[in-house]
Design a protein around this ligand. Sequence first.
Ligand SMILES: Cc1cc2nc3c(=O)[nH]c(=O)nc-3n(C[C@H](O)[C@H](O)[C@H](O)COP(=O)(O)O)c2cc1C
Length: 216
Amino acid sequence: MPTLLHLDSSADLTNSRSRTLSARFAEEWRAAGADHTVRYRDLHRRQLPHLADAALHWPERLRPDDANPPADAVTLQNELIDELTAADALVIGLGLYNYSMPSTLKAWIDHIHVPAVTAPFDVEVQPMAGKPALIITSRGAVYDVGTPTADWDHATPALKIILGEALGMDVDAVTISRTLAGRVPALAAEAERGKQEFDAALERVTELARRYAHKE
Ligand SMILES: Cc1cc2nc3c(=O)[nH]c(=O)nc-3n(C[C@H](O)[C@H](O)[C@H](O)COP(=O)(O)O)c2cc1C
């Protein structure tokens, strides 16, 4: 039974572009067949705690002798890792927050990226290797190539490294920008392009969902 793990992290519960795009993706995944299931986790509505103890970055056998992470934190981490590794595909929606990822999503990353468990270390373990992952990043301002802010999105590149390099997943990224054009006077002239980017992103996530769903 092909399972999609669908994560949202935008703190906007009424007008979020990334939520709209990730929902479109999940809808198309479900449309691939009754056996295509979706496991949904809203990281903003049901926030995870920060990583309780640095020892949790390692499996038990690699932790310092005096490590004693709280048992409930270990249980939560195992639950999150099991949920991830049970998935055949992953879609993550996020807004760019202070040039980085929402802290709710970062908390999830800190729990699931564990060397020798989800990423290679002294053993070549990589349970997510080759599985597809889509990162959908919605950004308020302009980050076009050739502009002074072209490299200011530090969320999408970090997620690509974690999911693609560490976890070995096949990563795609869909980014939109200019979403603050209706609110920030200096961006007002960008509104039409922002709408075009959003419409193109809707088509792209639909196409990617079909591709991911039929990979099974
Ligand atoms: C806390 C916070 C920080 C933000 N920081 C940035 C930023 O650094 N750069 C930017 O372009 N937009 C920033 N924005 C705007 C969001 O990226 C933009 O509204 C985006 O569309 C949010 O995603 P969403 O539409 O899925 O909610 C910020 C918004 C919030 C709420």
